[in-house]
Design a protein around this ligand. Structure first.
Ligand SMILES: *[C@@H]1O[C@H](CO)[C@@H](O)[C@H](O)[C@H]1NC(C)=O
Ligand SMILES: *[C@@H]1O[C@H](CO)[C@@H](O)[C@H](O)[C@H]1NC(C)=O
Ligand SMILES: *[C@@H]1O[C@H](CO)[C@@H](O)[C@H](O)[C@H]1NC(C)=O
Ligand SMILES: *[C@@H]1O[C@H](CO)[C@@H](O)[C@H](O)[C@H]1NC(C)=O
Length: 172
């Protein structure tokens, strides 16, 4: 009798913890990833084709681009598509350059274009990327076994429940 009661209790704790863990993962992913441009190579001339590199990555709304470069030579400017094609740095949209370890958040689902000025755009320091909507964790046939998606409110509710259950255990 007592054994089965604590068994039920243990299952209840699992049922609370599992969504709590998944809820935290969802909250974490909602903050966006930081993606280092060019991987280990960073932002530098004549080493790689950044647009080809970018085509192999996934960029989602909320992600951050992380440009690492020598600020004495190079910079990072967001430009429009025509100025990207022609390496025109005179009419940039955003100057991302700060200290050479600079981040830029991708807030919209659209193509973004970046170049370095100082002539380095001609030396391959140019990148076009496409930003997608973050894949929704909504149920799909392949995910039918996933735990239910939790809102931040239900996550806090879970925290309260876990605290209540822990308190209850102390009296068992
Ligand atoms: C890019 O900006 C320039 C000047 O600001 C403008 O003349 C050009 O039409 C723009 N190109 C696009 C594709 O919007
Ligand atoms: C971009 O901003 C940096 C840091 O504020 C500044 O030093 C640089 O001159 C700016 N570049 C352009 C092209 O405006
Ligand atoms: C992106 O959105 C954040 C918060 O809404 C804002 O602070 C930031 O300036 C935006 N970044 C760009 C590049 O528009
Ligand atoms: C990068 O590769 C694409 C196609 O693979 C090409 O169209 C583009 O010109 C290349 N960019 C540079 C800067 O070499």
């Amino acid at each position: 009798m007592e054994g089965s009661a604590s068994g039920v209790m243990a299952r209840n704790v699992g049922a609370v913890w599992l969504p709590l863990v998944f809820g935290s993962l969802l909250l974490t992913s909602a903050l966006g990833d930081r993606i280092k441009v060019g991987g280990n190579v960073g932002w530098t001339p004549n080493v790689m084709n950044y647009t080809e590199w970018a085509a192999k990555q996934h960029f989602y709304v909320g992600d951050w681009l992380y440009f690492v470069f020598d600020k004495h030579y190079y910079n990072v400017l967001e430009v429009n598509s025509s100025n990207y094609e022609t390496c025109n740095d005179g009419e940039f949209i955003t100057n991302i350059t700060r200290g050479g370890r600079d981040v830029f958040q991708l807030n919209e689902t659209r193509p973004y274009y970046f170049i370095s000025s100082g002539g380095y755009c001609w030396n391959k320091m140019k990148m076009a990327i496409n930003v997608q909507q973050h894949p929704t964790p909504a149920p799909s046939p392949s995910q039918s076994n996933s735990p239910p998606v939790m809102s931040p409110q239900s996550v806090s509710l879970s925290v309260v429940l876990v605290m209540a259950l822990s308190a209850a255990f102390m009296f068992l």
